[in-house]
Design a binder for this molecule. Structure first.
Ligand code: SAM
Length: 243
């Protein structure tokens, strides 16, 4: 029996999930065949399709938020690396942005299909002017800064690690500039989590810092999320008199 995208189903008749195998097509590389096979057999991909979420990633935020209660009605949320919009969909629902409560603003390198309750801009967060532009656009403090940003993998472990660490650092510095006291920061990091200076900065600026691996995050992926809650408030800039 032919499955979606040239897949074919095999396995137990009447079984709960029949495994879908993908035939290697002449123009498909082995890695894209394996990616397609994984997508077709991924229960979160199927669930996202059924429940109208734009990405399987939505379930990572749902799981983390169900456990740690980051998102509350009326909150102003920034979603960095928001495309295609799964996390924003979750944030819109949980802050009540469609009912005119709270606000969800998202940026990405890629364009994002419009979504009721959310505002999107194309932005490269590596761009030196990006944090200031985003801050001006927000026009006030945020209650949560979420970052699921991930640069396309090069396959070179060290390069990929440095690229993702760079993005998390940018996101964390941005969070420290825009969060209201009590605010939360959630960001994708790599296995090993945040270390060194970044971890020290988060521990100084937030009352609690933990690392979370949601079940929806693929077990074979080295991704992990850092969650920092209870923002202590912006530090005075260097040289600024205190008191
Ligand atoms: N959370 C999203 C969702 O639920 O739909 C999925 C995000 S996806 C895993 C990572 C995103 O980070 C990609 O869309 C990518 O374009 C974006 N990204 C990577 N580097 C970026 C950068 N420098 N600036 C803005 N977005 C970036």
């Amino acid at each position: 029996m032919s499955g979606p995208s040239g897949g074919s189903s095999s396995g137990r008749e009447g079984g709960r999930s029949l495994k879908t195998r993908v035939k290697t097509a002449r123009k498909r590389t082995l890695s894209s065949t394996l990616w397609l096979q994984r997508q077709l057999n991924d229960p979160y991909v199927a669930q996202a399709k059924r429940e109208g979420f734009r990405s399987r990633a939505a379930y990572k935020l749902i799981e983390i938020d169900d456990r740690f209660h980051i998102l509350r009605p009326g909150m102003r949320v920034v979603d960095l690396g928001a495309a295609p919009g799964g996390w924003s969909q979750v944030a819109v629902k949980r802050v009540g942005a469609e009912e005119g409560r709270g606000r969800v603003v998202g940026v990405d390198l890629l364009p994002i299909e419009p979504m009721p309750g959310a505002e999107f801009e194309i932005m490269d967060f590596h761009d030196a002017s990006a944090p200031a532009r985003l801050k001006a656009w927000l026009g006030g403090a945020a209650d949560a800064v979420l970052s699921d940003m991930a640069a396309n993998a090069t396959g070179h472990k060290k390069t990929d690690h440095l690229r993702i660490v760079g993005l998390v650092e940018l996101a964390a510095h941005f969070a420290a500039e825009v969060l209201a006291p009590g605010g939360a920061f959630l960001a994708k990091v790599l296995q090993g989590g945040t270390e060194g200076e970044l971890l020290a900065m988060l521990k100084r600026d937030f009352s609690a810092v933990k690392h979370v691996k949601p079940q929806a995050s693929r077990a074979d992926s080295s991704e992990l999320y850092v969650l920092a809650t209870g923002f202590r408030g912006a530090r005075p800039a260097a040289g600024e008199a205190e008191g």
